[in-house]
Design a protein around this ligand. Structure first.
Ligand code: ADP
Length: 480
């Protein structure tokens, strides 16, 4: 298990003895320590990235794509050991961790292919003696700041597109999950990227962002995390006018209309809500169910929730792991208490699960009924396996309630009526909309938010072009 940073093609322990301890959320045991790099050492990664940029951006597209494919291949070959590492430091069940490895690798292969279509375009000019050319160029040195909930995929989603179009990158993973990032560094090293093209540093967030935004070469910072930190980065970016790509918090509504296939809606809702123990930014946070189908829907969702096997992610048959830390558990319990005190009812779950010999971070998958919009679990991002069910009467009413949040990352609705799909989808204020679909994210889809959920897209053609800037050339051909 690699516990050193990867800077300029070398493993670096850091000069100071300061380290970041990594613990297993299922047991609370320390499983490793990584360097807590100083500003000087972190800056070296930006210097290296800057020195590597000219030749990397001049490298042929075929070569860049080939290296990314080789990195993806190595990831898939090491699916099992990488999955073990994801479960070790993040907690999700092995079956989900294996899925994450493939999902993460797909961002590399997708970017490697998509970048081939980033080409010079010619546009009609106003005079026959002129030509207008649009030339995409890699933005330059980029930085990635990533969260702990998908310790591999949130990195490759930024690293793949950046490298594919010719940018270099310095990645800073979340303090909770640096081991996966360093395992990726090892794979990048074996894939023979030139020195300085990929750099992975472990240090604390504020120190890193200070280095990123003050380094003269940085051109873009891509961040996934909380809206609170996103706002800080927006302010910091102002000084050097550095481009940002921000994937921030969500407050997803999941609407089940009266004509939905109830069994399918319950399955998709459970998928959206309970995956990764509810710790994804596109998890259903408020489940609006038409009043005429409240009972059968609630019953089916409860049956799915009750069948989930909660336990340490490494145990056979477990389908939900622990929450990441004690704060996450406290927040979830606070949300349940608040809802109950205001009249909600627990339909299933509702409490912490004690597993002898393991940490206190396991929560029962919970379904709450009689929930109202003003309860804490509907106003804050729950980030836990709590499914609050709210009742609604009309389409207009539910759209208004779904949109009554400052966030706009994802939204979902289930219906069999195509006219309703056409009508409702554009009225939902969210960047990603699942229709009868609780798992919309793939490397092919431009993922990102509106409103306070951020800006910029990851995945799809848009996610790759995010790392390019355009040069518009007006060429007068009549020189004689
Ligand atoms: P979460 O609440 O899910 O942990 P955060 O937004 O706090 O989300 O963290 C996401 C990432 O942002 C992590 O890599 C973390 O280290 C980093 N981070 C946290 N605070 C700051 C900050 N003030 N400046 C830059 N990065 C930060």
């Amino acid at each position: 298990m690699r516990q050193e940073c990867w800077i300029n093609g070398k493993w670096v322990r850091g000069a100071s003895l300061e380290t970041i301890a990594v613990s297993n959320p299922a047991t609370d045991e320390e499983v490793g320590t990584v360097p807590n790099l100083s500003a000087r050492e972190s800056n070296r990664a930006f210097d290296a990235s800057s020195a590597a940029f000219p030749s990397w951006s001049d490298t042929s597209q075929d070569r860049r794509s080939e290296l990314l494919h080789s990195m993806a291949r190595l990831m898939v070959e090491r699916r099992e050991s990488l999955a073990q590492l994801v479960t070790l430091e993040q907690g999700k069940p092995l079956v989900e961790s294996r899925g994450e490895v493939d999902y993460a690798a797909s961002f590399l292969t997708h970017a490697a292919e998509e970048a081939k279509s980033v080409v010079v375009e010619e546009r009609p000019a106003p005079l026959s003696t002129k030509r207008i050319l649009i030339v995409p160029r890699p933005v330059g040195v980029t930085a990635a700041i990533t969260p702990w909930n998908f310790p591999l995929a949130m990195i490759t989603r930024k690293l793949g597109p950046a490298l594919a179009v010719g940018c270099t990158q310095v990645v800073k993973p979340a303090e909770q999950t640096p081991l996966c990032a360093l395992a990726l560094a090892e794979i990048a090293a074996e894939s023979a990227f030139p020195d300085g093209v990929v750099n992975i540093v472990t240090t604390d967030g504020p120190l890193f962002s200070k280095c990123a935004f003050s380094h003269p070469s940085t051109r873009l910072v891509s961040f996934t995390g909380s809206t609170e930190v996103g706002r800080i980065l927006i302010e910091q970016s102002a000084k050097q006018v550095i481009r940002l790509s921000l994937e921030l918090g969500g407050q997803a509504a999941f609407i089940v209309f009266e004509d939905a296939n109830i069994a399918l809606a319950a399955r998709q809702c459970a998928l959206s809500k309970f995956r990764n123990a509810g710790q994804t930014c596109i998890c259903a946070n408020r489940i609006f169910v038409h009043e005429s189908i409240l009972e059968p829907f609630t019953k089916q969702l409860c049956a799915i929730a009750a069948a989930i096997r909660v336990g340490p992610g490494t145990h056979e048959g477990v389908t939900m792991g622990p929450l990441i830390d004690d704060d996450a558990v406290s927040k979830a319990l606070r949300h349940i208490d608040n809802a109950l005190s205001l009249g909600a009812r627990v339909e299933t779950g509702g409490a912490r699960l004690s597993i002898p010999g393991f940490s206190q971070r396991f929560l029962q998958p919970t379904v709450l009924s009689r929930v109202t919009d003003s309860m804490l679990c509907c106003r804050e991002e729950t980030f836990s396996p709590i499914a609050p069910i709210l009742s609604f009467t009309t389409e207009d009413e539910v759209i208004e309630r779904a949109n009554a949040t400052p966030f706009g990352l994802s939204a979902y609705f289930c219906t069999r009526d195509e006219a309703r799909i056409q009508r409702v989808a554009p009225r939902l204020e969210a960047g990603v909309i699942g229709v009868n679909d609780g798992a919309p994210s793939t490397s092919l889809l431009p993922f990102g938010g509106i409103k306070q959920s951020g800006y910029g897209r990851e995945g799809g053609a848009e996610g790759v072009r995010e790392f390019c800037e355009l040069r518009a050339i007006s060429w007068n051909t009549a020189v004689e």
